[in-house]
Design a protein around this ligand. Structure first.
Ligand code: UD1
Ligand code: UDP
Length: 363
């Protein structure tokens, strides 16, 4: 017999994980459970980390590991090494990990090897592209997790196809919970963001990119940016630090506003009022769908397949011709697909399961 879950150790490290943790930590607190927070330090610039803790009033990490940037082996290995000691010391009933970053796989492996069950939020997503480091992180994490919290039916089906049927719970998407939790606050911030960058609602494109597969071909990224600039519409481009060196050499662009990464509340505003979103981000594709904003994804595959199947998202790879064609024929299907991501109560459902369902393998 396992003991009931009382203490959860959460591992975060990168921007989207801070955001996802906001509604989940709230649900953990509301259920009267204890949470210990570890921040691996994968993201560390103030506008990639601190701003989220401050603005979203996140729980401060008891263990800031300050691992920083480096190779996959460095980030994963250092995370594993440090997390093992912390997990032994804290002796949590479960380790909670989010998504698909190096912090995710480090947390999952460190825990399962010393027999602490792992809860994976955003389980079952697949791009089927093993060249993406995130795909490897997802697959491995899913296969060692005891509770697999799948956001969509498709994620459940992906797990089934890999023989994972036990411990799988379709709960909806915690990013929708986060958007629900913070949207009214974002809307009440007024027009500062738009005034600062001389933007009119519905009359700009929001652009984000940061994936290694994108930045690996700088000339192609430059071609895409030049093509976007030629459209004549303002483009708001909060630049992830990975992209900074790549855009420094670009001159002569008139319409692209290169700005520092936005806070989450500003980002929600920027997404909600854009005419279209162009991105290679996983989370941003989905947020476009939440707000019914047409999205164009600069990738060949996506793990958020339903955004494409519904017509809200188009995959154009890093091809400037396809991008221009997609911008010229933006689709706004009549049906919203927000319902595919749950009922905005995913976080509560996750905590309910943790509190009531014994972990696979550990009963
Ligand atoms: C990571 C995740 C990716 C996620 C993204 C969210 C992995 C393998 N990748 O990618 O899945 O979509 O976070 O944004 O875990 N840097 C800074 N300051 C920072 C953070 C990064 O300057 O605060 C620079 C460093 O030069 C670093 C580079 O950005 O080498 C890339 O950062 P890294 O965390 O390795 O990868 P991301 O692209 O952010
Ligand atoms: N985001 C943000 N500021 C930005 C860019 C993104 O707050 O300048 C938010 C975005 O709204 C979403 C999350 O960060 O909630 C997505 O993170 P990112 O694109 O870095 O990673 P991915 O989702 O691809 O893993």
């Amino acid at each position: 017999m396992t003991r009931p879950i009382r203490k959860i150790l959460t591992v975060v490290g990168a921007r989207p994980q801070f955001i996802k943790s906001a509604p989940v930590s709230l649900a953990i607190r509301q259920a009267g459970l204890q949470e210990v927070m570890v921040h691996t330090g994968q993201h560390y610039d103030a506008n990639m980390s601190e701003v989220f803790f401050e603005q979203l009033k996140l729980m401060r990490p008891q263990y800031p590991l300050e691992i920083g940037s480096g190779s996959h082996a460095y980030q994963t290995g250092e995370g594993l090494k440090q997390l093992e000691g912390i997990i032994r010391q804290e002796a949590p009933d479960a380790v909670l990990v989010y998504g698909d970053t190096n912090a995710t796989i480090a947390g999952a492996l460190a825990a399962v090897k010393i027999h602490v069950p792992v809860a994976h939020i955003e389980a079952g997503l697949r791009s089927f592209n093993r060249r993406m480091p995130e795909e490897v992180n997802r697959v491995v994490t899913d296969h060692v997790s005891s509770w697999l919290f799948a956001p969509t039916d498709l994620a459940v089906a992906n797990l089934r196809n890999e023989g994972i049927t036990q411990g799988v719970f379709k709960v909806g998407d915690v990013m929708l919970d986060a958007a629900e939790l913070f949207l009214s606050q974002a809307e009440s911030m007024g027009s500062g963001l738009f005034d600062r960058h001389q933007l009119q609602p519905r009359d700009y494109i929001l652009l984000t990119l940061h994936r290694a597969e994108t930045t690996d071909t700088p000339e192609q990224v430059h071609r895409v940016l030049r093509a976007l600039d030629r459209q004549g519409m303002p483009v708001l481009f909060p630049t992830h630090p990975r992209v900074r060196p790549l855009v420094q050499s670009l001159a002569g662009l008139r319409n692209i506003r290169f700005v520092e990464p936005l806070s989450y509340l500003e980002m929600l505003q920027a997404e909600k009022h854009a005419q279209a979103i162009v991105t290679d981000s996983g989370g941003v594709q989905k947020e476009a769908a939440f707000f019914s904003i047409p999205c164009i994804t600069l990738r060949e595959q996506t793990e958020w397949v339903e955004t494409v199947e519904s017509g809200w998202n188009r995959l154009v790879g890093l091809c400037e011709d396809k991008l221009v064609e997609a911008l010229g024929s933006l689709q706004t299907p009549s049906q919203s697909i927000v319902h595919l991501y749950g009922d905005r109560q995913a976080s509560r459902a996750i905590v309910d399961v943790l509190a009531s369902q014994p972990p696979l393998w550990f009963e």
